[in-house]
Structures are given as structure tokens and as C-alpha cells.
Design a protein around this ligand. Structure first.
Ligand code: C5P
Length: 219
């Protein structure tokens, strides 16, 4: 007999590759639902920022973990987006640099670092919308609703270039590299609803999601 597990009504997950639009869509959907939005990638990013700042060898999980243990890291979900504090200081603005982008997958590859992130996410008060790579598959397998958003690499690169001043070909290369490094985390949950957003704009994607949540897009 197959196991029937209760759904966690307070969690909606958005997973998918880098620059697939999942964070922006998650934020918009959270705003409509009136619940906080959490970006799980921020915890991997702050782990990377701290480890590189301390000069730790990024391929050494123990070295990275001992840096993390030396600091009080706090993820604060908010209605206008989430913030990360380290020892009381807000470091959110430093988490989306090219240097962190380039190193974060190495840090995120360590099972011990993943366990450190997952423990912080699971203790957050419900309800919330959360985005990442393995939110529906690993961290919140009982989430009430799971979405998996993808887009062609060129489309994702073009969207990223719109966010940061950079060359399209360089960004496309960086995205492909990160996809390859993140491949293990990228397997979608078997019960996730998939959408390829390549040919859709943000409003269309948000409406598609809200339709599946049975919520109207605009008042
Ligand atoms: O989503 P974001 O681009 O901020 O994630 C940064 C990095 O953190 C990803 O490239 C990936 O290496 C890691 N990550 C992860 N699992 C998650 C979220 C992010 O491995 N759930």
C-alpha cells in the first residue's frame, strides 16, 4: 500500500534553474497571497560570502561549516522580500555579486552545508512561499503546491543581462556552468507542476500559477 502523507498547507514551492524567473514569480505570488516570500538561495549565498571572506577552502566542507558555526546567521522573511543578517548586520545587498555567483555552487555541493540550510528553512513559521532548487523535492516534500519553472538558457541569459550590466555571451556561459554544477539539485519533485516560461512574460506566468492555486490575479 502506498504511503499517503498529509500536505503542508502553509508552503508553496518554486524550483528551477538560475534565472528561470522563479524568484520574481514567487515574490509576486506571495504578495497576492499576502504571505512572506523566502529565497533559499540566499542561505547558500551567505555561506559562500562568509567562507570566502574568511579565506576558507571552498571544497572543504568542515572548513566552510566551522566558519558558519562562528556566526549568527538569520534569514528574515518579509512581505517585501527577505533579508539576511550576520551577527546583526544586514548583508543582503552583498549576496548577488558575480563573485558569489561564481563560487556558490561549490559551497552548495556539500551535503553538510545543505543540511545546515535545510534545518534553517524547516524551522521557519508557516505560511510562506519559497524558491530554490530542491524545495519541493527534498526540503518540503509535503508542500501543498509545487511549481517547477524553466526557460531556455538564452532567454534566461537575456533576463539576467537586464538585471546586471554584463555581456550576453558571458552571462549565458555563466548560467550554463551553474546549471551543470547544480544538476544534482535540479531534479524536479515528481508532483511539481511544470511551466516553460521562455515565451511568456511575468504577468502570464503569475496568472498561470494563480490559476492553479485558484486565486484571482488582480483585485
Ligand atoms: O536561487 P539562487 O540563484 O539565489 O541560488 C544560488 C545558488 O545556491 C544556486 O546556484 C545553487 O548552487 C544554490 N542553491 C541550491 N539549492 C537551493 C537554492 C540554491 O543548491 N535550494
Amino acid at each position: 500500500m502506498s504511503e499517503v502523507r498529509a500536505r503542508d498547507p502553509g508552503v508553496v514551492t518554486f524550483d528551477g534553474p538560475a534565472a528561470s524567473g522563479k524568484s520574481t514569480v514567487a515574490e509576486r505570488v506571495a504578495a497576492v497571497l499576502g504571505v512572506p516570500c523566502v529565497s533559499s538561495g540566499l542561505l547558500y549565498r551567505v555561506a559562500t560570502l562568509l567562507a570566502t571572506g574568511a579565506g576558507a577552502a571552498l571544497d572543504d566542507a568542515d572548513a566552510v561549516l566551522s566558519v558558519l558555526d562562528a556566526h549568527a546567521v538569520e534569514l528574515r522573511p518579509g512581505l517585501g522580500g527577505d533579508a539576511v543578517r550576520v551577527d546583526g548586520d544586514d548583508v543582503t545587498a552583498a549576496l548577488h555579486s558575480d563573485a558569489v555567483d561564481a563560487a556558490v555552487s561549490r559551497v552548495a555541493a556539500h551535503p553538510a552545508v545543505r543540511a545546515w540550510v535545510d534545518a534553517r528553512l524547516r524551522e521557519m513559521p508557516r505560511p510562506f512561499v519559497i524558491d530554490g532548487r530542491d524545495m519541493g523535492s527534498v526540503v518540503f516534500p509535503d508542500a501543498a503546491h509545487k511549481f517547477y519553472l524553466t526557460a531556455a538558457p538564452e532567454v534566461r541569459a537575456a533576463r539576467r543581462v537586464g538585471e546586471r550590466a554584463a555581456d550576453l555571451a558571458d552571462v549565458a556561459d555563466a548560467i550554463r556552468r551553474r546549471d551543470a554544477l547544480d544538476a544534482r539539485q535540479l531534479a524536479p519533485a515528481p508532483d511539481a507542476q511544470h511551466l516553460d516560461t521562455s515565451a511568456l512574460d511575468l504577468d502570464q506566468v503569475v496568472e498561470w500559477v494563480l490559476g492553479r492555486l485558484s486565486v484571482a490575479a488582480t483585485p
